[in-house]
Design a protein around this ligand. Sequence first.
Ligand SMILES: [Zn+2]
Length: 315
Amino acid sequence: MTPYTRGLHEIADGVWAWLQPDGGWGWSNAGLVAGQGASLLVDTLFDLALTGEMLAAMKPVTDAHPITDAVNTHGNGDHCFGNALLDAAVRIHGAPEVAERAHHESPEVISALLALDFGPLLNDYARRAFGPFAFDGVPLRTPDTPVLAATTLDVGGRQVRLLPLGPAHTAGDVAVHVPEVNVLFSGDLLFVGGTPLMWTGPARSWIDACEAMIALEPEVIVPGHGPVTTVEGVREVQAYLRHVGDRAREAHAAGKTWEQAAFEMDLDRFARLPLAERVVVTTYAEYRHLDPALPEANQLELFGLMARWESERNG
Ligand SMILES: [Zn+2]
C-alpha cells in the first residue's frame, strides 16, 4: 500500500503519484506516466512554488522522458494553476469547461477573497483554506487540446485513456486510465478521507461516473485528494452522494429551501469526515437541478455559508 506522505510515489511500473496530505482545500494530488522518451503529467498544483517543487522531484524521470503532454482533470485551480511552468511545447488536454472555470475562479479572485474584509467568520475560513498558497502574479494557462470524447493518447509507446465522465464534480471532469498497469487517476471525481464537493452535479450523474470508474476494475486509484485507494474508495464516494442527494431531494419535496436542507441535514456517519461543511455547496448544486429557476449563488456566498455551517456544527 502506498504511504500517504508528501511527495512522489511509484505506484506501478513507470507510473507515479504526487501526494499532498492532508488533502484538504488546495492540497491536491497529481501524477506522471512515463513512456519511452515522453511523459504525461496528470494535473498541476495550486501555485507555482508547489508545482515547481513537484516538477523538480520528477526530473530524474523527465530528464530521460520529457513531459510532452499534460491533462487538467478539471478546472479548479488546485489542478491547473501551475500550468504556466510547463514548457510551451507541452500539449495540455482538458474538457472545454476547464478554461471557463479557471477564469471564473482565477488567482486574482482567490487573492481578493483573502485580502478583503468579509467579516471574521468568512475571513478566518478563507485564510485557513487558501492562506497557505501564493496566488499573486500566477499567469493563467488553460488547455489547448480539448477532450470532447474518450481519447487514447500514445505516450512514448504507452496507451493512456482520457475519459470525460462529467458533469459530476464540475462540468468538465476527465479521468485518466493507464490500462496496461490498471492505474486510474480520478481527479476530483474522488475525495478520499475527506468530504466530496459537488460544484455542478447532479448527484445522479456523479454516481454514474463512479460506476464507470468501478467498471474499469482499476487496481490502484489516485484520487484528486487523499490517499491512494481502490474501488472501495469509489464506493464510499458513491455512498456519500447517494446519502446527500437523497436527503436534498426529500427536503426539496418537503418545500424546504436549499439553505434549510443543507443546515438541517443529518449527515449520519459522513458527519465525521473533514470539511463536512461542503454539504452546503453540494446541496445547492443538487437543488439547481431540481429547480432551474433558483438564482445563482456566487462563490463568496457559498464560502460564507460553509463558514457558518462549520461554526454552527462545531461550536
Ligand atoms: Zn481539487
